[in-house]
Design a protein around this ligand. Structure first.
Ligand SMILES: Cc1cc2nc3c(=O)[nH]c(=O)nc-3n(C[C@H](O)[C@H](O)[C@H](O)COP(=O)(O)OP(=O)(O)OC[C@H]3O[C@@H](n4cnc5c(N)ncnc54)[C@H](O)[C@@H]3O)c2cc1C
Length: 474
């Protein structure tokens, strides 16, 4: 049965049967989940509650997804796109009248071109699978983050993911050469460029990168690869002051001639929390105010190792480094990285709110001191653990109020975002805005910028069907 409510182009044609029947006809039974089958799935990495939506569709190809979106467009059916569900800003939250588009059946690594240094992949491919596939061909895809085993290339592009190698290779935006996208009305925009240089008109892919699924659904991408590096030198370092953290970053950047690929900082409280008995083993004294994991990669094992050690010795001689541990095996290196990447010891404190802000490096110490002082005043029993991709001007704060209450999250937001504007910072460095930070977008973007974003959204998605509640109200 069809109900038409006052539109001449089919707007608001809605019946469950029409939608379900249409979707079934396009994707087939195994690719359409509803009811119980949906409830067996968790909502996200962060939320184990059962997923609840009108339906979940798992298209196998761009063409199938194009048809799905043509139907949804005709029926004015809102959708939310799901990748690996590791996003940190509630960008995949779905209401029971929305349809989930999951890219989980579009995982192919279609082609690796070792001469052109590109990989052509489907958007549902898991990041780690892509990293490993290109490594088998002696190539390297530099995006890397703790969620590598679950997050997808489509999600990485939609969020313009950052991670631990941005300092050398840039964010996802710099690593994508071409894109294929399905628009809200089902139109397929294929912009699968493979060239490093292509200034023929607007670079349309950039519009979709970081748009958090609100402008189009990414189905395929051409990724930019690098030659595999041969050497990898890692150290965990203890430092006595934030001035040393900044000084060492500059020192290593210069001394390693561009070879520094990661420089991750942990404030002492974070280090101590994740090395409490029962969690990670502390490789050095736990009393320092700052810890750094520094990593450099290059082309020659012997000379690179010698350069790395000499750099650290000189830094220690200059008083920048108080103590250092250098792993002697891949296992030891993984254990050091585990301290930085596995924050379970921190997030098991309930509730804990995760923040992802950026601001000038020179202001970070003052900012963190301001925030922690405010948090202490508000919640004397609370805790705040801080880590950062510091070379990128990016800090993550885990705020655990140590109490319960209805407005805790909003109050923590005020404490963390309040002092940020004084330093010209951003409420989102790499996680995006999603649903969680919507209220705070105007503190990081001007009214004119937001108006232009809304105009773009209304132009590409006039019926507001794609991730309709994310980033801003269209
Ligand atoms: C342990 C851990 C560590 C992390 N570390 C980092 C880090 O260092 N740096 C960082 O940037 N992030 C980090 N994250 C956050 C997260 O991994 C990234 O945001 C990642 O890019 C999300 O990918 P996903 O496939 O899980 O996307 P999802 O969570 O499924 O989706 C994220 C957003 O993208 C949209 N989306 C997903 N796929 C598509 C698609 N094909 N087309 C259009 N829109 C789509 C969704 O609708 C949603 O709005 C971390 C998360 C965890 C759990």
């Amino acid at each position: 049965m069809l109900r038409r409510t006052g539109s001449d182009d089919g707007a608001d044609l809605r019946t469950g049967d029409l939608l379900a029947g249409g979707l079934l006809a396009i994707v087939g039974e195994g690719s359409l989940l509803t009811g119980k089958a949906l409830a067996e799935r968790p909502r996200s990495y962060w939320d184990p509650e059962p997923l609840n939506a009108r339906a979940l569709v798992r298209p196998r190809s761009t063409e199938e997804l194009g048809e799905v979106m043509r139907l949804c467009h005709r029926l004015r059916q809102p959708v939310v796109t799901h990748g690996g569900l590791t996003g940190c800003v509630q960008g995949t939250v779905v209401t029971d009248d929305e349809v989930v588009i999951s890219l989980e059946r579009m995982t192919a690594i279609e082609e690796i071109d070792s001469v052109g240094r590109t990989a052509t992949v489907q958007a549902g491919a898991v990041l780690q699978n892509v990293q490993e596939a290109v490594a088998r061909q002696n190539l390297y895809f530099p995006l890397d983050l703790g969620a590598r085993g679950s997050c997808t290339i489509g999600g990485n592009i939609a969020t313009n993911a950052g991670g631990i190698n941005v300092i050398r290779y840039g964010m996802m935006r710099e690593l994508v050469l071409g894109l294929e996208v399905v628009l809200a009305d089902g139109t397929v925009v294929s912009s699968m460029n493979r060239m490093l240089k292509n200034n023929s008109g607007y670079d349309l892919k950039q519009m979709f990168i970081g748009s958090e699924g609100t402008l189009g659904i990414i189905t395929r991408a051409v990724l930019r690869l690098r030659e595999a590096t041969v050497s990898r030198n890692t150290a965990m370092l203890a430092l006595n002051s934030f001035a040393s953290v900044v000084g060492l970053l500059q020192f290593m950047g210069r001394a390693l001639g561009g070879g520094l690929s990661a420089y991750e900082v942990m404030w002492g409280d974070y280090f101590r929390a994740v090395t409490e008995p029962g969690w990670h083993r502390a490789p050095m004294d736990r009393d320092y105010p700052f810890y750094v994991i520094a990593e450099a990669t290059g082309a020659d094992e012997e000379t690179d190792a010698a350069q790395f050690i000499s750099c650290l010795e000189r830094a220690a001689g200059d008083g920048l480094v108080a103590d250092a541990v250098i792993p002697k095996s891949a296992g030891e290196r993984a254990a050091l990285w585990g301290i930085r990447e596995d924050f379970e010891a921190v997030v098991q404190l309930k509730p804990t709110f995760l923040y992802d802000v950026s601001l000038p490096i020179k202001d970070m110490d003052e900012y963190i001191n301001d925030v922690t002082a405010g948090l202490r005043r508000r919640w004397p029993e609370g805790q705040c653990h801080v880590i950062g991709h510091i070379g990128d001007g990016n800090l993550h704060l885990f705020v655990s109020p140590g109490t319960s209450g209805e407005r805790l999250h909003a109050e923590a937001d005020e404490e963390v975002y309040g002092p940020l504007s004084r330093f010209g910072g951003s409420v989102s460095a790499e996680h995006g805005i999603g649903l969680e930070k919507k209220r705070w977008l105007p503190t990081s973007r001007s009214p004119t910028e937001i108006a232009l974003m809304q105009l773009l959204k209304r132009t590409l998605d006039p019926h507001n069907l794609l991730n309709r509640r994310m980033i801003f109200d269209a």
